[in-house]
Design a protein. Structure first.
Length: 361
């Protein structure tokens, strides 16, 4: 049997406008600017990968990620697929997002089993929640409930007293109709995080995400020990040893995994299984992901997790990159039987900042 190899690669930096600003504790996004990889195989297979590097989320930078995919793509032309994935993952540099953009494109091109929807499925996702005052909080709650959402994500981490007041107002207006995930995005000091949890009413709260700096495991452990609600670690969870370490911390009951941090779909699935083996619950998804990443994470979620997904970035983008966009209604992603995305090349070209193509000379 003839060996299948990588025949052509196109890498793009694109800028995708959002419908409204996406506000995090460390940055406000008006656009998503992912690396998009298009890959063609010698057997005719085509795959797409996406890697949105979020400035301030980790040490990985957009320029370093782009330089990596540019440099290594030259070496991938003519490579057999497993060898190509090994080459990418074993390359030097802590650049998981850039690496995942390439490996996931290879996995899609070879029709990775999890991406093949032999049966239609629907999967619940959460919604970000932006309202800050009593009037707008009530309006947004009713709007989100009418859209079918039953899990709300509340960003905290800027001011403890204001955060507590806002969370209480949301709880009062919500009256038990949905659950809350509170996310500090690493922004609290350990003292502020402890002050926050001591002032918190745990009613309706599913978890408290990433209270302190990602590298400060001791601070996060101290908060978890004192918290009346389970803690979820996010940014520190990038490898199997990270999962093992989290499992040893009292009251860290959740780990959040993202495709872009684990290097490939296969490694992501192994990571989710590892979380469950430790008796913890896994949460999956990247709120900064676009259509490609959200579709892939939804397919994985349908097989591996029971918690509401966080792969809602595709809803934040002004226009889909797919000609057959991911369907959303009633708070759920709906993937039909035999769904396979068709990229809108014309629109993507309009949004492209930089493009480089690689093929045999």
């Amino acid at each position: 049997m003839k060996t299948t190899t990588i025949e052509k690669l196109t890498i793009r930096r694109v800028k995708l406008p959002l419908t409204s600003p996406y506000i995090l504790s460390y940055r406000t996004f008006n656009t998503f600017e992912p690396i998009i990889v298009e890959l063609a195989l010698s057997n005719g297979g085509v795959g797409w990968g996406e890697g949105h590097i979020s400035p301030g989320s980790s040490s990985e930078t957009r320029d370093a990620g782009w330089e990596f995919v540019n440099t290594i793509s030259r070496r991938l032309i003519g490579e057999e697929l497993d060898a190509a994935i090994s080459l990418i993952l074993q390359a030097s540099g802590n650049l998981p997002v850039a690496k995942t953009s390439l490996t996931s494109a290879i996995e899609m091109a070879r029709s990775y089993q999890t991406l093949k929807t032999t049966e239609a499925f629907s999967f619940p996702i959460l919604t970000p929640f932006n309202a800050t005052n009593s009037c707008s909080i009530g309006r947004e709650i009713e709007m989100r409930l009418n859209e079918g959402f039953r899990t709300f994500k509340i960003k905290v981490g800027k001011d403890v007293d204001q955060d507590l007041s806002r969370v209480a107002a949301i709880q009062n207006s919500l009256s038990g109709r949905a659950t809350l995930r509170l996310d500090a995005n690493r922004a609290y000091s350990v003292n502020d995080a402890i002050k926050f949890i001591k002032g918190l009413n745990s009613e309706q709260i599913e978890l408290f995400e990433q209270p302190c700096n990602a590298e400060d495991w001791d601070a996060n452990a101290e908060v978890a020990k004192l918290s009346s609600v389970p803690v979820m670690l996010d940014e520190p969870i990038c490898s199997f040893p990270d999962i093992d370490r989290a499992a040893l911390i009292k009251n860290v009951s959740f780990c959040k995994l993202k495709l872009k941090r684990f290097g490939s779909l296969a490694r992501l699935e192994s990571g989710l299984s590892r979380v469950q083996e430790h008796g913890m619950q896994a949460v999956l998804g990247d709120g900064l992901g676009g259509d490609i990443a959200c579709w892939m994470e939804a397919c994985v979620a349908s097989r591996f997790i029971q918690t509401a997904g966080e792969f809602n970035g595709f809803l934040k983008i002004n226009q889909s990159l797919f000609k057959n966009p991911i369907k959303f209604s009633d708070g759920k992603v709906h993937i039909p039987k035999n769904y396979w995305p068709e990229l809108d090349i014309d629109y993507m070209e309009d949004q492209t900042i930089t493009q480089i193509q690689f093929q045999p000379s």
